[in-house]
Ligand binder design. Structure first.
Ligand code: UDP
Length: 240
């Protein structure tokens, strides 16, 4: 007889007492930057993201214009004192990567064909970070785009799923991200479109099985449905 040993995960209880599928407390607010065409704040636990949308405006220089569709341009940045180790102001490899993946996550929801030759600028700032800033930024940006009245095909919500040793958790925080026992920690940011349920962002740095990945999608879908409701409620409160 072969006895198969199933090794127990070294991450058995969440550090902040949450259930494995529990999102941190969420807050969403629209219109936080009055001078922008659209703006929003999205907070999950101690991670705060603010997004401001400007446009669509005619794109300059002219040779960058696309006569068939508009351009979406995202600029993501963390404020120097958003974490305890001060971050050097200005662009970094990380901020450029996050700006790009956020652009790709948002582009499928925007009706870019409706405004050729123009640009929609999305600025995302992180005043306070405790992991999950790119997904919080996406959630804020979606609300800011809707607030700006930019034509949209559907909405989108994003969440980061963590794999801590062998345990999958929703909305990983920084303490969890720093977990180093067993297989250590991996975070998987995912953005899901509200109606089509298509995935417009999926990043994964680490090892995961197909079975685990299926569970990741299920957890992300459930979390994004909850986040979507919060986004819609905040927009309805300002009549959007
Ligand atoms: N972080 C940090 N210093 C940095 C970059 C990130 O302390 O220069 C922290 C911050 O809390 C961030 C977390 O590390 O939220 C995880 O960063 P990651 O690059 O995985 O992106 P995120 O999870 O924020 O989308």
């Amino acid at each position: 007889m072969v006895i198969k040993m199933v090794e127990k995960s070294k991450y058995t209880k969440r550090m902040d007492g949450r259930k494995f599928d529990e999102i941190r407390p969420i807050e969403a607010k629209i219109g936080v930057i009055p001078s922008a065409d659209g703006s929003a704040m999205f907070k999950t636990g101690d991670t705060v993201a603010i997004a401001a949308v400007f446009g669509p405006r005619v794109l300059h220089p002219q040779h960058m214009q696309n006569p068939e569709k508009g351009i979406l341009r995202v600029n993501y940045g963390m404020m120097p004192f958003s974490v305890s180790d001060r971050i050097r102001p200005g662009p970094s490899r990380r901020s450029q990567e996050i700006s790009k993946v956020t652009e790709w996550a948002l582009a499928p929801i925007v009706e870019l064909e409706a405004f050729p030759n123009t640009v929609v600028d999305v600025f995302i700032q992180i005043p306070q970070a405790d992991a999950g800033t790119r997904v919080a930024g996406i959630n804020a940006a979606v609300m800011a785009l809707a607030h700006a009245g930019v034509p949209m095909k559907e909405m989108a919500s994003a969440i980061s799923i963590g794999k801590l040793d062998k345990t999958l958790v929703v909305d990983i925080n920084k303490d969890e991200e720093d977990f180093r026992e067993g297989e250590g920690s991996t975070d998987i940011p995912i953005c899901i479109l509200s109606r089509s349920k298509k995935i417009s962002l999926l990043q994964l740095d680490g090892k995961i099985s197909v079975k685990e990945m299926k569970k990741v999608f299920k957890m992300a879908k459930e979390a994004c449905t909850k986040i979507h409701k919060v986004q819609v409620k905040a927009l309805k409160e300002v009549g959007r």
